[in-house]
Design a protein around this ligand. Structure first.
Ligand code: PLP
Length: 419
């Protein structure tokens, strides 16, 4: 098989130099990190933001009148504005959360408990991550609402006919992923939103795999809620965000109660702070929030269109190489242009955990398992898949190193169909 070279859309080597962990060796080999859908690596600039904050500015936000408190508040709110602008939103519409999971739970409990009643329908898809299923199951149990799942086609696309059929039930909410972390599918979120709005449903989009990899504009999508995680887009763990339309945040009751989120507290009742602080009870994750702003600066400097193109080049080469192997099954759409930067696959005769372990012996980090998507596994009739997922610092040479290392799987387990 000939190996394709590509003309990178930017200087990948210069980018790699910003990521200290990429200098590491694993099992004697240079690290090839292909588990970016789980979490991304962090550039020096993000690490330095954390160190600088703790060495120079550390203080609690929004309350103190001293210099450090004012500087910390300014840095935290500047980061909020950057993250909001990154997705085309106003800062008041952006609540900092721990991650996508917490952002979806916030909507499920604050909006869901106030707006859902017995018999109401919530439309989800069968390609959702557990974090966009389980919160709705919990809230459905309390409210008596009903979950309706839209299937995906054998090609791994959302079944739009089944979606339209689901809308005939006039759901109260449609909660769907922008990009699947297993199939790689990019869902037509603008179309989904306008169709759902036409029947009066609110729309939540899980953007965990989309915001890190492509330009996203929530105003253009028109959705009501959009959730994403910082750690998948160069920021530290423990910081994520929920975008919600301003009017919804104004009318929703708080998710959690405590300090920060109140205006006035009496013996009997309390009133709430302005949005978005109304939804940020207690001391927030200040340092990681500020570093989220640095991560967004970094991505913007490279350019989201360029990152998207880079991902697609790596995916195209991966698909081309794997499609030629008779012992491998690929899951999800075949056109790299309708995918995010990942490819799930299986050997026909080897469990993906074995594949991941053999690749690790070459310093190559891939993911294997159900990827928190057991409904997808059930539809694919597998218990697990292997998955490679790329980001802006991965190279075509790393794709080739991964592909060559697959031969070791065949050395250990024998050839498919052979003895
Ligand atoms: N949604 C999707 C599509 C994901 O891929 C993930 C994480 O892998 C999540 C939600 C949950 O993200 P977090 O664990 O950061 O809350």
């Amino acid at each position: 098989m000939n190996l394709l070279q590509i003309e990178p859309t930017y200087d990948v080597e210069a980018i790699r130099a910003d990521f200290p962990i990429l200098q590491r060796r694993v099992k004697g080999y240079p690290l090839v990190y292909l588990d970016n859908a789980a979490t991304s690596q962090k550039p020096q600039q993000v690490i330095e933001t954390l160190v600088h904050y703790y060495e120079n500015t550390n203080a609690n936000v929004h309350r103190g009148l001293h210099t450090l408190a004012e500087e910390a508040t300014e840095a935290y709110e500047t980061a909020r504005a950057k993250v909001a602008r990154f997705i085309g939103a106003e800062p008041e519409s952006l609540v900092f959360t721990r991650n996508t999971t917490e952002a979806i739970n916030l909507v499920a409990y604050a909006w869901g408990l106030a707006n859902l009643k017995a018999g109401d329908v919530i439309v989800l898809s069968e390609m959702e991550h557990h974090s966009n299923i389980v919160p709705w199951q919990l809230v459905a149990r309390i409210t008596g609402a009903r979950l309706h799942y839209v299937p995906f086609t054998p090609e791994g696309e959302l079944d739009m006919e089944a979606f339209e059929e689901a809308l005939r039930q006039e759901p109260k909410l449609v909660a769907i992923t922008h990009a699947s972390n297993v199939l790689g599918t990019i869902n037509p979120v603008e179309q989904i939103t306008s169709k759902a709005h036409a029947v009066g449903a609110k729309v939540l989009i899980d953007g965990a795999q989309a915001v890190p990899h492509r330009p996203v504009n929530v105003a253009q999508i028109g959705c009501d809620f959009y959730a994403f995680s910082g750690h998948k887009m160069l920021a530290p763990t423990g910081i994520g965000a929920l975008y919600a339309r301003r009017e919804l945040l104004e009318e929703m009751p708080p998710f959690m109660g405590g300090g920060e989120m109140i205006r006035r507290v009496t013996h009997e009742y309390s009133t709430w702070a302005d949005i978005p602080i109304k939804f940020e009870a207690g001391t927030p994750n200040i340092a990681d929030g500020i570093a989220f702003g640095t991560a967004v600066d970094y991505l913007q400097q490279v350019g989201m269109e360029s990152i998207l193109q880079h991902d697609q080049q790596l995916v195209a080469e991966t698909l081309r190489l794997l499609e030629a192997e008779e012992d491998i099954v690929i899951y999800g759409p075949r056109d790299p242009a309708s995918r995010c930067g990942l490819v799930s696959f299986n050997f026909k005769h080897v469990h993906p955990h074995d594949v991941a372990q053999i690749l690790d012996a070459h310093g190559i980090a891939i993911r294997s398992g159900h990827h928190c998507c057991q409904l997808i596994m059930r539809r694919l009739d597998v218990t697990a898949t292997a998955r490679v997922s790329f980001y802006l610092y991965n190279t075509i040479e790393e794709v080739h190193a991964f592909w060559k290392a697959l031969d070791d799987v065949r050395k250990v387990f024998g050839k498919y169909g052979g003895r």
